[in-house]
Design a protein around this ligand. Structure first.
Ligand SMILES: NC(=O)C1=CN([C@@H]2O[C@H](COP(=O)(O)OP(=O)(O)OC[C@H]3O[C@@H](n4cnc5c(N)ncnc54)[C@H](OP(=O)(O)O)[C@@H]3O)[C@@H](O)[C@H]2O)C=CC1
Ligand SMILES: CC(C)(CO)C(=O)C(=O)O
Length: 339
């Protein structure tokens, strides 16, 4: 199989290093110094002490049609990444956006749009719903200063066509390649349920972690942070039930997950520390807007997003952090006090 990975950050590097083990012909799309480094020295993943070194092809843009293309960029970068690589994506190419957040395809094949996820309409224009595979990746990856991806758990991936009419044989062949490379992959019969559970974990932790500079474990351990995460979870769960008829796991499940995750800096905290754009549109604003449209605004999440929007540096330092936490905590206690 010809498999391309667009984006050679945390997830793209980890995926490329593993898929190269499978015998597939792998091409990585990167840019700038990262492209040069991969072209010259390959790339590597260190999975809890086991190292996977790989020498995929490296290019600035795809020029040959692929069997499958993994989009390993941030959600707000999907449109531009697709556009630049149009030559590698034919009508039969499977396209797998490996992003967190509420995905642009969530309501397909219905026409209902997911706000904030395809602002320029590029994804809708360039992709046929039948060629898109929804993906939920459970993996924690960061990168060391030499460009080696570091992961702390076995990558587990769920995939599923987002609309009827997908090429089932090609999907099966892709799943076989992924498993052969060491990405534990299944074909999900309810990918949207998995998206919502993963998003509940991200929406409750990523923005908060970027604001106050805490790891997942710290959110689980500190009562003040955990209360805020739970307040967002309550809002998100209420929207998912009212709008989508979906039940999501309860708060004790969330706390267990956070404590089990250990001292991991979320991808949004990594972005905050590096001064990069935060992935708030897909992870927070999409669901916030849908909930607002339903007359059920997510006030606590909106307050965290507002605090991120007005911050001059992120994560917040000592005094600013204490003030923001005090404001947020008073908001959640007001919400929980019956009038
Ligand atoms: N890290 C994690 O543990 C997890 C992350 N995720 C999700 O996975 C997705 C990817 O995250 P992550 O890997 O951490 O993000 P990174 O920011 O580490 O990687 C994104 C990479 O894509 C590159 N890129 C962006 N646009 C293009 C383009 N047009 N052409 C080529 N390269 C491009 C960026 O390059 P440049 O630096 O040049 O901009 C960067 O190297 C996100 O949605 C994230 O939320 C999901 C599960 C876990
Ligand atoms: C690994 C995990 C679940 C941590 O929140 C994540 O998806 C992220 O960092 O974006």
């Amino acid at each position: 199989m010809k498999i391309a990975i667009i984006g050679a950050g945390n997830i793209g590097t980890a995926m490329a290093a593993l898929i190269c083990n499978s015998g597939a012909e792998v091409t990585v799309v990167a840019r700038g110094a990262r492209l040069q480094a991969i072209a010259e020295g390959g790339l590597a993943l260190d999975d809890r002490g086991t190292r996977h070194d790989a020498r995929p092809k490296a290019t600035e843009a795809l020029s040959e049609v692929q069997d499958a293309v993994f989009l390993c960029v941030k959600s707000q970068q999907l449109g531009a990444a697709l556009d630049t690589n149009r030559a590698g994506i034919g009508p039969e190419t499977l396209v797998i956006p490996m992003v967190n957040g509420l995905p642009f395809w969530f309501f397909l094949p219905d026409a209902r749009p997911v706000p904030h996820t395809d602002p320029e309409g590029i994804l809708a224009r360039l992709l046929r719903p039948e060629q898109v595979l929804g993906a939920v990746l459970l993996m924690t990856v960061s990168m060391d200063e030499t460009g080696v991806a570091l992961s702390t758990n076995t990558p587990t991936l769920s995939l599923a066509p987002v609309a009827p009419g997908a090429d089932g044989a090609k999907v099966d062949a892709l799943i076989e390649s992924l498993n052969a490379g060491g990405v534990v992959t299944d074909l999900s019969d309810d990918i949207r349920a998995k998206v919502l559970v993963k998003l509940m974990a991200n929406v409750t932790t990523n923005p908060l972690s970027a604001l106050v500079g805490c790891t997942l474990e710290e959110i689980g351990q500190r009562d003040d942070l955990c209360a805020l995460a739970f307040a967002v979870a309550d809002e998100f769960r209420a929207w998912a039930k009212a709008d989508l008829g979906r039940d999501l796991p309860p708060n004790p499940w969330l706390r267990e997950l956070l404590l089990d995750a250990g001292p991991f800096a979320t991808s949004m905290l990594q972005d905050a520390r590096a001064g990069r754009t935060l992935e708030l549109d897909a992870i927070a604003r999409a669901a916030m807007t849908l909930a607002e449209d339903q007359g059920q605004p997510m006030r606590c999440l909106a307050a965290i997003v507002h605090a991120l929007d007005i911050a001059t540096t992120l994560p917040l330092d000592g005094t600013a952090c204490a003030a923001a936490l005090s404001d947020l905590t008073s908001l959640t206690s007001l919400e929980r006090t019956p009038s």
